[in-house]
Design a protein around this ligand. Structure first.
Ligand SMILES: Cc1cc2nc3c(=O)[nH]c(=O)nc-3n(C[C@H](O)[C@H](O)[C@H](O)COP(=O)(O)O)c2cc1C
Length: 165
């Protein structure tokens, strides 16, 4: 049973709706990627972005050896790719056999169905709790032409994650 103040927090965050991202990484020839909701711009000048990766995830273990992460935003028409990255684990399947991608900056996989993406150099890693924060400096990317139906938390809140958080 959680404490009242935690219950209040849990209730509050359950009402939030925010963009969902697919974050990919590569290290030592191994590619990984997962669905991420804990992510946000963190600074304007200089531009910075913060990604929270669960220590349980295959992506976390690959990202530990990576220099860059790619952050993708998807339109709802490609919800199938988003669900693949959120509901399956690289510990058991190769997600990159099941979607279109190409190698981007620093050998980081870029998902071709994404509506927009950027690659960030990892500046810092620090503990956030059961997630590790990755502070990114954007170094390359492709902005959206148009983006009205981006995948949000509400679209995937009932998706069973490939790994428990
Ligand atoms: C709605 C939702 C939000 C999620 N948010 C995050 C997140 O912010 N960070 C994270 O590391 N995993 C998050 N996950 C979990 C991973 O995307 C999921 O466990 C994935 O299958 C892990 O894949 P991997 O083991 O190949 O890395 C989320 C999953 C869902 C369904």
């Amino acid at each position: 049973m959680s404490k009242p103040e935690v219950e209040a927090f849990d209730k509050l965050v359950s009402f939030l709706n925010y963009p969902m991202f697919v974050v990919t990484a590569a290290a030592d020839g191994i590619r990984a990627g997962c669905l991420v909701g804990f992510a946000s711009q963190a600074s304007i000048h200089p531009p910075r972005f913060l990604v929270g990766l669960s220590e349980q995830n295959h992506t976390f273990r690959v990202a530990a050896g990576a220099t860059h992460l790619a952050v993708h935003l998807f339109d709802r028409e490609h919800l199938d790719v988003v669900e693949l990255f959120g509901s399956r684990s690289g510990d058991t399947i190769n997600k990159f056999d099941r979607c279109s991608w190409h190698l981007g900056p620093a050998q980081t996989p870029i998902l071709e169905d994404a509506a927009a993406w950027f690659v960030g150099r990892i500046l810092d890693r620090f503990p956030l709790g059961d997630h590790v924060g990755y502070l990114l400096e954007p170094v390359d990317g492709s902005p959206p032409h148009e983006l009205e139906q981006w995948v949000s938390f509400r679209d995937v809140r009932d998706l069973p994650p490939g790994h428990e958080a």
